[in-house]
Design a protein around this ligand. Structure first.
Ligand SMILES: [Zn+2]
Length: 89
């Protein structure tokens, strides 16, 4: 952890601006989504990397409605759809 001694207030609607020096040093650009999570008493902000909604894979994603799905899961879903309805035993 880098101690910057930068202190910012949360505004009326809950926003906090990220200092330019931190954004630049961490490679955060203006339009990139960020992921936020609580860890103990800290809020961790990191670059958001999209992953497959079903398995967590980060490569070969395509978005179906709002869900990113990887090529392997798309193939499995297509196979399941092609075989629908399942054979009765
Ligand atoms: Zn997947």
């Amino acid at each position: 952890m880098v101690n910057t001694n930068i202190v910012r207030k949360v505004d009326k609607v809950g926003r906090v601006s990220l200092p330019l020096s931190l954004r630049e040093s961490l490679g955060f650009s203006r339009q990139n989504p960020l992921k936020m999570q609580a860890e103990g008493s800290c809020i961790v902000v990191q670059k958001y990397v999209s992953s497959c909604f079903l398995c967590g894979e980060k490569e070969g994603l395509a978005v179906y409605r709002t869900f990113p799905i990887c090529a392997k899961c798309r193939a499995l879903l297509k196979k399941a759809a092609d075989e629908w309805p399942p054979q009765q035993a």
